[in-house]
Design a protein around this ligand. Structure first.
Ligand SMILES: Cc1ncc(C[n+]2csc(CCOP(=O)(O)OP(=O)(O)O)c2C)c(N)n1
Ligand SMILES: CC(=O)[C@@H](O)[C@H](O)COP(=O)(O)O
Ligand SMILES: [Mg+2]
Length: 586
């Protein structure tokens, strides 16, 4: 059996191969990805789908001199393996290992740091304009964008600019008709019509934007890809190649169940079958508590609508979309639109639950302020993946929401401590809210055996005393409070108090005054940035009112937190259970 992959240290080695050998290399790269992701986990389907494209790009273009930008970057495993990181690939997404996304610090072949989608066209155009100004006239600039990502506003902004430039940029649309969930929208319909040959060539929207358009071509046909890329290399100005691929290509189960195999967890590398897990007895995921509760509420409350920008499975908004197809909306990768769509609905008396990962709401900051809060519209932001998210790393943590929302007038921010409180919060807000509200909760499982209890109306401002102390107390918000609860079970000294702040904004100042009178020392703990978050709010209060209270703020330091498990990340930040035990014992 041939072993070409072991001979490829850098893309220059690929260029030494004959074209017929490249198919063998593709087979080996695919198997290499499968073997490692089966054990180490990570994104699978997207990388399997672009193995041939990756090889063709490094074969035709003179990387790293020519600049290759991957959009999102979850499909770049083949690229990493062929650009000097084959031997490190088993450390993918682990503490101290390589990142799951292209990262400029990691390799000269990673021209642009990614993780959030739809940035590649703008970045590659910026590089192309820089090359022109710097008289690097031979340099090529290539952006590879998926069909779901190109539908995002930012990608359109890039195309709009590139189309009137003479920049030497090639945009490759990797069209597999799916994002994480099936692609949506009119653009998807357009792409389907192009692929099925029913779109008249004169209606080609990419040509109308002044691109030299070619395709669609089979993205698994290496000779064809290479021919076309070589031709395009000689064409000046903005070019666009439409490539058709199959997500999960080469692994039957991944091709057949593309949503599940986007990031499948552990599986058998030979059969492709998912490995049985013993998670049945574990607490429910916050996402499922959210999604299932929303359906229960929407059954009685006709005002409720649900919106997700491209994450129906991840956020569990799919439950609402299945139960009430007319009231559940997946708008594609369009966070800004999702927020303003919710605002529009709210003006007409609907109550939108807009489920967005905290990290992706960063995209729609102006919309939160200008379209929702300023107009005091009752929109419920369900801020999923708040806090540290683990293996996706720095691009995906939800660490800034407390800080970036706290400074906006007319918005409430709440963070439940467990699944039951999340459920009751959802119930309470649908009874009616005067202001927009953001409910933040983390990725993954809760802490309770049973969350499906009869609904209870909550006092949204109430601070809950979880344990009375003598001279020191922990103040927490959200699920990180469970680390304090666990620490109390382990610690020897039991004199600390613990208070759970469901509401971060508005903060209950009456209770804060009481606490500052009882306790000499307060320690705030949050799974958000120490700068500007919960601890900062308490610090402002203490500084304005008291001189005799010692305050310590524990949270995520003012730096980017790399990929690792959530527990390892918490340890690094000093907010894990053991760190709290040590505070208590010292
Ligand atoms: C701004 C933003 N919103 C949402 C996501 C979550 N996300 C990651 S990959 C993905 C789908 C991408 O689909 P596509 O561009 O078609 O690439 P494919 O996975 O098919 O290769 C989504 C929605 C993201 N990374 N960035
Ligand atoms: C690449 C990307 O942005 C998503 O695939 C992300 O990794 C999903 O995160 P969750 O696994 O938390 O849904
Ligand atoms: Mg796609």
């Amino acid at each position: 059996m041939s072993d070409l992959l072991s001979k490829i240290a850098v893309p220059g080695d690929i260029r030494m191969l004959e074209i017929p050998e490249l198919s063998t290399l593709a087979h080996e790269v695919r198997q290499f990805i499968i073997d490692i992701v089966a054990v180490k986990e990570g994104h699978l389907g997207a990388s399997l789908g672009v193995v041939e494209l990756t090889i063709a790009l490094h074969y035709v273009f003179n990387t790293p001199d020519d600049l290759l930008v991957w959009d999102v970057g979850h499909q770049a495993y083949g690229h990493k393996i062929l650009t000097g990181r084959k031997n490190d690939f088993h450390t993918n997404r682990q503490k101290g290992g390589i990142s799951g996304f292209p990262n400029r610090k990691e390799s000269i072949y990673d021209t642009f740091g990614v993780g959030h989608s739809s940035t590649a066209i703008s970045a590659a155009l910026g590089m192309a304009i820089a090359s022109k100004l710097q008289k690097k006239t031979k340099r090529q600039h290539v952006a590879v964008v998926g069909d779901a990502s190109i539908a995002s506003g930012m990608a359109f902004e890039g195309l709009n600019h590139a189309g009137v430039s003479d920049a030497n940029i090639l945009v490759i649309l990797n069209d597999n008709a799916i994002g994480i969930d099936p692609s949506v929208g009119a653009l998807k319909d357009y792409l389907t019509s192009v692929k099925s040959g029913i779109n008249p060539p004169e209606n080609n929207m990419i040509k109308s934007l002044n691109f030299d358009y070619s395709g669609p071509i089979d993205g698994h046909d290496l000779p064809r890809l290479i021919r076309e890329l070589k031709r395009l290399k000689k064409v000046k100005g903005p070019k666009f190649l439409h490539v058709i691929t199959t997500k999960g290509k080469g692994l039957k189960q991944a091709e057949e169940n593309q949503v599940k195999y986007h990031a499948p967890g552990k599986f058998d590398n030979l059969t492709g079958e998912l490995l049985p897990n013993d998670e049945g007895h574990l607490p429910a995921k916050y996402q499922d508590v959210f999604g299932l509760t929303l359906v229960e509420l929407a059954t009685k409350n006709q005002k409720i609508v649900g919106i997700t920008p491209a994450m129906p499975t991840g956020s569990s908004m799919k439950f609402m979309m299945d139960a009430f197809p007319e009231r559940g909306f997946d708008v594609g990768i369009a966070e800004q639109h999702a927020v303003t769509l919710a605002a529009g609905m709210a003006t007409q008396g609907l109550l939108p639950f807009c489920a967005i990962y905290s990290t992706f709401l960063q995209r729609a900051y102006d919309q939160v302020i200008h379209d929702v809060a300023l107009q005091q519209l009752p929109v419920v932001f369900c801020l999923d993946r708040a806090g540290l998210v683990g293996e996706d790393g720095a691009t995906h943590h939800g660490l800034y929401d407390l800080a970036y929302l706290n400074c906006i007038p007319q918005i409430q921010i709440v963070a439940p401590i467990n699944e039951l409180e999340l459920r009751n919060l959802l119930y309470t807000v649908q009874l009616g809210i005067e202001y927009p509200i953001a409910i933040r909760y983390p990725r993954g499982r809760g802490v309770l055996k049973d969350w499906k209890k009869p609904f209870e109306k909550l006092d949204l401002k109430k601070v809950k005393m979880l344990k009375k102390g003598t001279s020191s107390a922990f103040l927490t918000t959200g699920t990180i409070g469970n680390n304090v609860i666990s620490a109390f079970e382990r610690a020897t000294n039991n004199k600390w108090g613990h208070y759970h702040f469901l509401s971060v904004k508005p903060i209950d100042e009456t209770v804060l005054h009481e606490l500052c009178k009882i306790y000499k020392k307060l320690v705030t703990i949050e799974d958000g940035t120490v700068k500007g978050g919960f601890g900062s709010i308490i610090a402002n209060f203490v500084a304005e009112n008291y001189t005799d209270v010692e305050l310590e703020i524990k949270g995520v330091p003012d730096e980017y937190i790399e990929h690792a498990t959530v527990v390892e990340q918490q340890e690094y930040c000093g907010i894990d259970t053991q760190a709290i035990v040590e505070i208590i014992n010292n």
